[in-house]
Design a protein around this ligand. Sequence first.
Ligand SMILES: [Mg+2]
Length: 383
Amino acid sequence: MKTVKITSIVAAPLLGESPKGGWSAEIKPEDSVHTLIAVHTDAGIIGHGSVFSNGGLVEAALKVLEPLYAGENALEPERVTEKLHQNTFWMGRGGTLTHAISGIDIALWDVLGKALGQPVARLLGGVYRTRVMPYCSVLMEEPGLMRDVAAKAREDGYRALKIGWGPFGRRNDTNLDEAIVRAAREGFGEDTRLFVDAGGSDAYWPQGLKWAIRTSHMLKDYNVGWFEEALKPDALEDFVELRKQSPVPIAGGEVLTRRQSFTPWFVRGAFDIVQPDATKVGGISEQRRIAWMAEEFGVRYIGHGWNTAIGVAADLQISAAMPHTDVVEFIGGSAYVDGLLTEPFRLDAEGYLEIPMLPGIGVSLDPEKVSRYAPKWKSIFAA
Ligand SMILES: [Mg+2]
């Protein structure tokens, strides 16, 4: 096969409909926090990727990285993105540059799959599953509204739900914390999977280890499947202790980037479940390595690429290629997930998403739909 060369890489920031993040400094319509990427090639194949980061930062990162990727072989995602990592140790490593490289990497896997006519899952080594259960990820609300939101998710066909952020742990009121979880369990039903995300990576998370341990025991009473980000995202030693004392599995890792950052968390035994984000951590190449490292340490890998339809598509392909990844994060009602694809994701009758076994990451962006949210949409469809 002849070489396929990268001719250009462009970014299209998404604007106007970013879903609420639950952050104390909440996202405004004019903020760009999710960015689409396209890799253009001399074979006419276009690969699409996605970055969970500010659009202006991603565009700036592409300028810095361009001399390293220009003319590179577009069929070698892992080698090319490792080249980008290795040559930027001194410039924003782990931050903006790593975020941008994530989108490039996803797009390169998409190019490779399209060039070979194979789904990325197969190129990652093989397909363990062709469908996966999405858990509907919603923000926590006061108990009355929480019950309604959970009931609506059930009505919409979901069989797994994650509630997170909002007032939970923020009011120093353990009765309120419990009432929120009880309301979600009642609204969503006993025969479903429920997860709880404290949102410890918001600014100035106020709770510490004792709260987390006490809360983990409360969550057991509601048959909660995991307790996520119960502590500040860098509190490694407290996570180690929490995992020892919690009766429910402990999850985290969504703000860590680069495989090297995850090593101490696995070695110290901080997580039952690790949730790297393919759109920030370094892309599919990095995510696959972290997921397999987790596997060796007996930690389950669950993806966090929920932020755009391309992030979800990348997560679906990796889920297919990992033996124990039976759920994937999925935000309900986001324009960037539901409103960008030619064939939107659809739940089946049992609440699963089919993993598209089509070339590349298996989904296609619809130019007309993307144009509603991305002023620079044209550049990602034509070189
Ligand atoms: Mg989370």
